[in-house]
Design a protein around this ligand. Sequence first.
Ligand SMILES: [Zn+2]
Length: 439
Amino acid sequence: MPVIVIDPGHGGQEVGAVHGQHREKVFNLIIADKTARFLNANYDAAVHLTRIGDITMGLNERAIYANQLQARLFVSLHVNAGGGTGFESYIYTHAGSTTQQYREIIHDWLAGFYKERGIVDRGKKKANFAVLRKTAMSAVLLENLFIDQETDLSWLLNNDFLSALGTAIGQGVARALQLDDKKPGGGSVPVRVPVTTQPDRARQFLQAQNPAAPDFINIYVEMGQLYRIRWDAVFAQSCKETLYWKFGGSVKPEQNNFGGLGTFDGKQRASFKTPREGIEAQFQHWHAYCHGGELPPGRPELDPRRRAVLAAGWGGTVNFVEDLGGKWAPSPDYGVSIVRDFMARFVDEVMPATGPGSGPTPPPQEPAPSPQLPGPTPPPQEPVQPPPHSVPEWNPAAEIQRLREAGLIVDDHPPDANVTWGEFATVINRLRDKYNLKG
Ligand SMILES: [Zn+2]
């Protein structure tokens, strides 16, 4: 699957061009988000953003990130300033023929989009910009309109226009790379995009289920930006794994293990010194799935199971929350459950009753009740009762999942892994304890 890196220019203290109260960095991130979501929804590609939040990031760091991912294309998004109007594109001064060809296609497609709106095409340019020079793959930089020109600014403040622009950039990229259409049945909630969920929504969602829960939501928000993974999904998974941080299962609260992470040998649950370390380890586990091998610069390795994910060949294979099924846990529905049973209750974009955000507010409407929606206690997951006198389906992964949920085993064992006598005896003894069998 081709890797595409979208680079929203500037960020954090580095605001880019300024005009009145407007900051270039904000527009760049919105356009990048819309481009990424369009590509995620329509094409078979792994789309990464150099930043998914408002954080400061050096030019070197952006190039290194794309180089580590071995991306096929790097698209840097900017807004112009300093006298002028319209759109222009850049490639490196000494760009090769593939890059030139990609730029031709993307530029011409976008010029058509702009022309329909009476916006000027300023041409195909070359420059010795750091992100173009230091990226090892083809790289194109787009200057979308001028922040300090009133007509251009009015376009930039028009959300429908920004959506259309994100789509047009995505279409240009898809044409340049000849991307395949997305296969039907894939996931719907991309993992590496900016999050619009308000932290208070997550807080209220958690408090309603567990009034005694500590407030670590800000750690999730911070780690999400650092690891470039949407924090609302990681937090939702934590609610699933720990029963809303009540830790009713095999993990004790003092272990600070918010993702239900196993140890390197998979035989017991990991412990972390502080909640912050436990949450960061959870993000590192996601990071292995969503990004692959290299942790963000300077981060200590905390997740004891990260290397197991990479060794299994799963590094960077998760593009949607739903893709976690069969990987983080054996159940193919694991990621679907995070979306359906948890995110759908506090994340607007996932909620079934929410429209695309235009028009009047729809009347309050209860989402169709789903038998899988958990209340304060989680329902047993899919305890399919076979009809009388029939032989039940043979489903090893689901059986392992049932043992996990019963607390008899504690990790995501592959169905065909060998079992030791020690593990076998442990399960038997846990059963004996559970049913008070003293014999
Ligand atoms: Zn800029």
